[in-house]
Design a protein around this ligand. Structure first.
Ligand code: BES
Ligand code: ZN
Length: 459
């Protein structure tokens, strides 16, 4: 049976199953959702077992591992995804509740609809197709779906150290990235790394009356502001000495390729809903996102932020700061440079603590020469009608480098189907149903094509 025929028949059942998956509030950042994470992992286990996988839940929150052994010479594909989601707040901005999936405008709305449950579901559905159409899968599969991607993958790092070698595979496939736009299918060939830390500036030992002490007390909100202001210059470049030292120049082939995409400033202004694009002079927006490092403040707080006024000089000010890294920056070195620079620009009158919030992760790149990359190209071409453009994305999947290493170094294929308008990490996250449907078609074709690559000639 052809994928499209099966999809037409199975579509409404598949949507119901996806809704079940999306109803779990599997938020990894907040401790009160622990049992929901476990329930989501159980649901995945049940789904995979019905397809014939041997499944175990490992660690806390569980890493779901499933194995399906196909016959003979077939290569082994490792699928990686995550079932945890970002916190849904601010709730009042959602048109419908984040864990009550709703279908409207050819999209399914829910937290995790795109990142990453909807995209994990694409593969569950593709495997279901093979089981229903042929009674078996064309390749052997290790499936690894974790519940902590959005918070640093702590459990998976441990699980990989213990089990990674038993999960050796010929190729890794991940659907946790996106297309450039709906009519420009994309294969991601690079992701940025990330270093994420917190700056805590301490002034007085407690909040003080701002009348009695204003004029003599060192105000940590000002202390923090001057530190933050020293991080970037008016030219938008990061001022940390050595920050750009190892950054690999952009090749002329890449510059050429990306010039052909309709990625001008107006495109990003529309996507962001902001009045202007900012960034380093001399680089296009696409280059700034994919090939240049960046530094951002992800949150900051100090003093009284409730309603009305309170006349205090705060004791503390905190900022959460992350840096997105590109090849060949070294994340540990960047952290050290950041830490010493922040300490050196802290004004007198304050003490500063700079602490790491996640394991630093390097940028990640995928080869385009492997036969599995060609398999993905063919699959996308067939399902979406156009040859995919290789692109570097600015987001991170920090655990990928460790995952790749621990399973034997196989090439990774980043075959994601999200759209830049899907509102991932934002209120009203959604996933376009046409992307879901064509994504399932593409995934089916990918596994079929992968089956034709002899496992010995893989890499
Ligand atoms: N799906 C994203 C990664 C992503 C985002 C890829 C945008 C391509 C474009 C993933 O779930 C994610 O959000 N990762 C985090 C990692 C962080 C929490 C350490 C990220 O990039 O912020
Ligand atoms: Zn995410």
């Amino acid at each position: 049976m052809q994928p499209n025929e099966w999809l037409s028949r199975s579509y409404s059942d598949l949507l119901e199953e996806l809704k079940e998956f999306l109803r779990f509030s599997s938020v990894s950042a907040q401790p009160q959702y622990k049992s929901e994470l476990y329930a989501t992992a159980q649901w995945l286990k049940g789904y995979l077992e019905k397809l014939g996988f041997v499944v175990q839940l490992i660690g806390e929150p569980p890493v779901v591992h499933g194995y399906y052994e196909s016959s003979g010479e077939a290569p082994t594909v490792l699928f990686y995804g995550h079932y945890d989601v970002q916190p849904p707040e601010p709730l009042e901005l959602w048109v419908s509740p984040p864990f009550s999936p709703r279908i409207a405008d050819d999209s399914i709305y829910a937290r995790g609809a795109c990142d990453d449950k909807g995209q994990v579901f694409i593969h569950l559905a593709a495997w279901k197709y093979f089981v229903e159409a042929y009674g078996k899968l064309p390749v052997s599969i290790h499936v690894v779906i974790e519940g902590q991607e959005e918070t640093g993958s702590e459990t998976l790092y441990q699980v990989l150290a213990a089990h990674g070698m038993q999960w050796r595979s010929d190729v890794v496939v991940v659907s946790d990235t996106g297309f450039f736009s709906e009519d420009i299918p994309t294969l991601t060939i690079g992701l940025r790394g990330i270093v994420y830390g917190e700056i805590v500036v301490q002034g007085p030992s407690r909040d003080l009356h701002s009348g009695s002490f204003g004029g003599v007390a060192p105000n940590p909100a000002f202390g923090l502001s001057s530190i933050l202001a020293a991080l970037k210059g008016p030219d938008q470049r990061v001022c940390i000495p050595g920050f750009y030292e190892r950054v690999r120049p952009i090749s002329s082939a890449e510059r050429q390729l990306w010039r052909s995409l309709p990625a001008d400033e107006a495109h990003y202004i529309r996507l962001m809903g902001a009045p202007a694009v900012v960034g380093e002079v001399g680089f296009s927006p696409l280059e700034r996102i994919g090939s240049r490092p960046s530094l951002d403040i992800n949150g900051m707080y100090s003093g009284y932020t409730g309603e009305g006024s309170k006349t205090i000089i705060p004791a503390q000010a905190v900022a959460k700061v992350s840096m997105r890294l590109v090849p060949d920056q070294d994340p540990t070195e960047i952290w050290q440079l950041f830490k010493s620079y922040v300490e050196s620009v802290t004004p007198p009158g304050f003490s500063v603590e700079v602490r790491l919030l996640h394991d630093p992760a390097p940028a990640f790149e995928t080869p385009t020469e492997s036969p599995y990359y060609q398999a993905a190209e063919k699959a996308i071409q067939e399902a979406f009608g156009k040859r995919p453009v290789p692109i570097r994305e600015g987001g991170s999947i920090p655990v990928l480098s460790a995952l790749q290493k621990s399973i034997g170094g196989a090439p990774v294929i980043l075959m994601g189907f999200g759209l830049p308008t899907d509102a991932v990490h934002s209120p009203n996250e959604h996933f376009r149903l046409s992307q879901l449907r064509k994504g399932i078609h593409a995934a089916i074709r990918f596994y079929e094509q992968a089956a034709l690559v002899r496992s010995s000639s893989a890499f």
